[in-house]
Design a protein around this ligand. Structure first.
Ligand SMILES: [Zn+2]
Length: 470
């Protein structure tokens, strides 16, 4: 016994000297107008690079809300242009702290705008909302680094942390990737309800201002039906909890916006709304849930193919009949046709995604159009009307590490490679208008042009068209 004990002790000493022993422990404290973050970094390395926040949502002044940086062990050098922290350890550790305060500018909450409300921290004694990339500094190159998060003091109201679903502000242990891209929200009216889907526990998080019971019931009904259906489509049983976080804007009457994560989504919406589950919000929730699977790689894939999935899954789940797919797709076709950057090259469109709303939407609708186009090519090649499922099965193995090259290789096993490469070049890289040649379209439909040239999908044979979703 004694010998074994010594062996274990030696093994653990060796482990603590290996590169895997790097870890960070975060202690959060409620400051009334912000969140204090005390970080203890343990590392065998003398220098560790951390990053802070992202430029998502067109954010440019992230360093203005990271305040009161204090270092008690080691050194921390901040490059505010790149939002990179160079941390020099001392005796294998560095200890530093900072406070995240919201720095909402004048005019915050003006109707019609919403990005600011979704990407910026908004923190005081009446509401807490933040993407966690704006709270936690994390290592630049060590997603798997073990982390812990504890709260030493909390606000008066309940707080929900998507990375610690169902456990509020209790201690969390996980990896840097769990906390680096997530959200937390708190509110005096915040409630956490459970929803069971196929025996698995999920969460509905709301802070409803109106018609509480009716809105919760509607949200749960929708989630039970839709989540079961889309999980079944992907042939995977996800036992981990998924959280629907439906959280009002503080003082913005923007209808709704959302962000999808692997383990849940957040939607912010007009707090004065009586009914949460109108069609537009349901469509948004469906898109956000879709990001559980389609969340990586180029924007035309993550957003555009997610839109295709949204239209498809409405019908496949039985929430809508096939004509709804046409309605949904036609909105995208019209949006793309009227977009001032309609023919922007793919590279320009990706680079300028956050520059203005037209650039943001361009790749959603171009990607959706491309996905639809490919379903037609697949059917033409194989005679199989339900093209979407085999296409998604083909990309499933590399969803976590998506690239356009891998995508084209995978599609080339399902359809003609030369045609595939030519179309990718023409429509996605050069940004030319989709031709929608009659012979390439899925069966049971055609594309007609309105007077101003806007393409429109028309169902010509409803039985044949319905087979695309079966
Ligand atoms: Zn999206």
């Amino acid at each position: 016994m004694k010998k074994n004990f010594l062996f274990l002790l030696t093994a653990s000493l060796i482990a603590s000297c290996s590169p895997q022993s790097q870890r960070a422990d975060y202690a959060l404290s409620w400051e009334g107008d912000g969140i204090g973050v005390a970080v203890t970094l343990t590392s065998p390395n003398d220098t560790v690079l951390f990053t802070y926040a992202s430029d998502a949502g067109g954010q440019t002044d992230q360093m203005s809300w990271l305040q009161d940086l204090t270092v008690s062990q080691g050194e921390v050098l901040v490059d505010s242009a790149t939002r990179e922290l160079t941390i020099l350890t001392d005796g294998g550790q560095a200890r530093f702290s900072y406070v995240i305060r919201c720095t909402l500018p004048e005019g915050y909450g003006s109707p019609g705008g919403c990005l600011m409300d979704v990407f910026r921290p908004d923190i005081d004694d009446k509401m807490l909302f933040s993407r966690t990339e704006n709270i936690f500094v994390v290592p630049r190159d060590d997603d798997e680094m073990p982390v812990s998060v504890t709260w030493t003091s909390v606000p008066d109201y309940p707080v929900f942390c998507l990375y610690n679903a169902g456990h509020g502000t209790e201690r969390f242990d996980g990896a840097a990737s769990d906390i680096s891209f997530s959200v937390m929200a708190g509110d005096p009216l915040l409630t956490v309800d459970t929803v069971m889907v196929d025996g698995n526990l999920h969460y509905l998080v709301t802070a409803l201002r109106k018609n509480v019971e009716k809105n919760k019931a509607d949200l749960k009904d929708y989630f039970r039906t839709f989540y079961a259906s889309i999980s079944n489509f992907w042939n995977e049983e996800y036992k981990a909890p998924y959280s629907m976080l439906v959280f009002p804007f503080r003082n913005n009457t923007f209808d709704m916006t959302g962000n999808g994560f692997r383990n849940g989504f957040v939607s912010r919406y007009d707090a004065t709304a009586d009914t949460i589950m109108n069609k537009d919000r349901r469509d948004l929730f469906t898109h956000e849930i879709g990001h559980k699977w389609l969340n990586n790689g180029t924007i035309w894939f993550a957003e555009g193919f997610d839109e295709m999935q949204t239209g498809y899954q409405f019908v496949a789940s039985g929430l809508e009949d096939p004509s709804y797919f046409a309605t949904y797709f036609n909105a995208a076709l019209a949006g793309l046709h009227k977009n001032p950057y309609r023919n922007a090259a793919g590279k320009e469109a990706e680079e300028r995604f956050w520059d203005d709303n037209d650039y943001t939407w361009l790749l959603y609708w171009r990607g959706f159009s491309y996905a639809f186009h490919l379903t037609g090519l697949y059917e033409k090649e194989t005679g199989q009307p339900n093209a979407w499922k085999p296409m998604m099965q083909a990309v499933k193995p590399f969803l976590d590490d998506f690239s356009a090259e891998k995508f084209l290789d995978a599609m080339a096993k399902l359809m003609d490679r030369k045609r595939l490469e030519k179309d990718y070049q023409t429509y996605m890289q050069e940004g030319k208008d989709f031709d929608f040649f009659v012979e390439d379209l899925p069966t049971g439909c055609k594309i007609v042009r309105q007077n101003d040239g806007t393409p429109q999908l028309v169902i010509t044979d409803s039985v044949a068209f319905a087979r695309h979703f079966q």
